[in-house]
Design a binder for this molecule. Structure first.
Ligand SMILES: Cc1cc2nc3c(=O)[nH]c(=O)nc-3n(C[C@H](O)[C@H](O)[C@H](O)COP(=O)(O)OP(=O)(O)OC[C@H]3O[C@@H](n4cnc5c(N)ncnc54)[C@H](O)[C@@H]3O)c2cc1C
Ligand SMILES: NC(=O)c1ccc[n+]([C@@H]2O[C@H](COP(=O)([O-])OP(=O)(O)OC[C@H]3O[C@@H](n4cnc5c(N)ncnc54)[C@H](O)[C@@H]3O)[C@@H](O)[C@H]2O)c1
Length: 435
């Protein structure tokens, strides 16, 4: 079994697969572990820790004495200390399991042969495309003057003024971090919607809070070009211009399918990724695809890559021949407060006429402990009383939604939920209490 790429789509399943005795190889052109540990989730959450602390300190007011502020340079050093050991740890995990790691860029020569760096041939019965996404770059004059999320997380010095193009996950998480660390931030929207995949009344609360903290939002910005100036940079948009010190292009991520030689084997793909069937198999029988690179209606997040990788492990080791059935894949945007969601969304529930219960959590005693001003959730039940969805906005929304996942995935009814009594006092208890 040969995997191309060594991110979550690969290592979560490849290591246990190798342990079953199957011969496993993985070709990786960059850091083992891929995006999530090295330049995505783990890196971002390490930087965010200080943001979470300053926000909590702000809320607790004079309970805490002394000024608390983020030292950006030290925060980046902290992040680096956390993530530096990850590639070696994951390499060891794969190699200890018996997998072989090959460093280099892979491209298909034929259905069973991959060329590493255009030279060395590696052959395999089955090949898995697990190459993830790469940053989309605006096709406008001066695009090379903008940076991506990885560049931002490696900045030794925080720019005085930061312009972020795009208001999706990266745009909003990075606007939160940069603003809290002291940068003057402008977010330029493509349309008039921020975080279009999340419940808009909650998104509006996050935006209102950021605005109050000085973050500027420019709707329907129609960004036309970037220019270098004597003082820094200029963003030309609509009929206006904006001076800035640094530009983050956060306009999305696109499938890593170019320079992969897919044309040599005829694997089909579209703008959102490699086309696969319900066994994660491409149109070429022995070639599979997994993780962010697949065209799928699942969110392009680590839990989906992890589950796909585990599924392929079971398929390739003969533990299943069933089609993949994704569980409820939760999603969260790590703004402050966060918005987390799992199962049926509020919008879907409204359309289907399901029961939606609303909780004003800012008045719930556990959220009062750390004085959260913005905290609310909506829980959705089907007509038989099963919890089928939850959306929460709060500083602990990810933990509240995680706590409720089993009920949503396994369709617990109210009687079953009533038997789940969590540790007290915790956010999990608070979430179950209302389920
Ligand atoms: C800034 C940022 C923050 C994120 N935060 C979160 C978060 O908080 N929570 C969450 O769930 N998700 C988050 N994500 C998404 C998450 O990182 C991805 O869903 C996850 O990494 C997908 O794993 P993957 O294995 O499919 O792809 P990747 O991790 O991208 O791995 C693909 C690998 O393939 C390699 N590769 C590509 N082409 C070739 C080739 N031709 N030859 C050899 N190797 C190749 C790449 O170098 C890469 O290492 C974040 C993403 C970003 C960018
Ligand atoms: N917490 C998380 O799970 C997390 C965090 C970060 C990233 N990610 C993943 O990383 C990927 C990329 O994130 P992202 O934020 O770059 O993508 P995204 O798709 O979430 O957001 C892209 C944004 O760019 C905007 N845009 C597109 N073209 C534009 C233009 N010409 N001008 C202005 N705005 C424009 C879009 O309207 C959208 O708001 C996603 O797949 C996401 O799942 C996940």
């Amino acid at each position: 079994m040969l995997y191309i790429g060594a991110g979550h789509g690969t290592f979560d399943g490849a290591a246990p697969l190798a342990e079953t005795g199957v011969s496993v190889g993985a070709i990786e052109s960059s850091l083992i572990g891929g995006t999530c540990p090295n330049r995505g989730c783990n890196a971002k959450i390490a930087l965010d820790e200080a943001v979470k602390m300053t926000r909590e300190a702000e809320r607790l007011g004079d309970v805490l004495q002394g000024e608390i502020a983020i030292d950006w340079n030290k925060n980046v050093a902290h992040k680096q200390e956390i993530i530096d050991p990850l590639p070696a740890g994951l390499t060891k995990r794969l190699e200890d399991a018996g997998a072989k790691i090959i460093k280099g860029h892979a491209s298909f020569k034929d259905e069973h042969t991959v060329l590493v760096d255009g030279k060395t041939e590696v052959t395999a019965d089955k090949i898995v495309i697990s190459t993830g996404l790469k940053p989309h770059r605006l096709d406008i004059p001066g695009t090379e003057l903008a940076h991506d999320s990885e560049d931002f997380m490696n900045l030794k010095q925080l720019p005085k003024h930061l312009t972020i193009i795009g208001s999706g996950y990266i745009g909003m998480e990075f606007a939160t971090m940069a603003s809290e660390a002291g940068a003057d931030v402008t977010v330029m929207l493509h349309s008039d919607k921020v975080l279009r995949d999340f419940y808009q009344p909650y998104v509006e609360k996050v935006v209102a809070d950021l605005k109050q903290r000085g973050v500027k939002f420019i709707k329907n910005s129609d960004v036309k070009s970037f220019e270098k100036t004597d003082e820094g940079y200029q963003v030309n948009y609509g009929a206006s211009k904006l001076s800035t010190d640094w530009i983050l292009d956060a306009t999305g991520r696109i499938p890593n399918v170019d320079k992969l030689g897919l044309e040599n084997v005829g694997v089909k793909y579209d703008a959102s990724g490699v086309l696969v069937n319900d066994h994660l198999q491409t149109n070429v029988e022995n070639i599979y695809a997994v993780g962010d690179v697949i065209s799928s209606d699942q969110p392009k997040v680590t839990p989906a890559a992890y589950f796909g990788s585990k599924y392929l492990m079971k398929l390739f080791s003969g533990q299943t021949s069933e089609p993949i059935k994704f569980p409820v894949i939760p999603k969260v945007v790590f703004t402050s407060p966060r918005i987390a969601q799992a199962g049926v969304s509020v919008e879907e529930a409204e359309k289907k006429g399901l029961e939606i219960s609303e909780n004003d959590l800012a008045n719930y005693w556990y959220y009062i402990v750390d004085k959260e001003p913005i905290a609310a959730s909506k829980q959705i039940h089907d007509k038989d009383g099963h919890l089928v969805g939850v959306t929460e906005i709060s500083d602990q929304a990810e933990d509240a939604v995680n706590a409720l996942l089993p009920a949503i995935e396994f369709k617990f009814d109210r009687e079953q939920v009533s038997r789940l009594v969590g540790l007290f006092p915790t956010i999990g208890y608070a979430a179950w209490h209302r389920a």
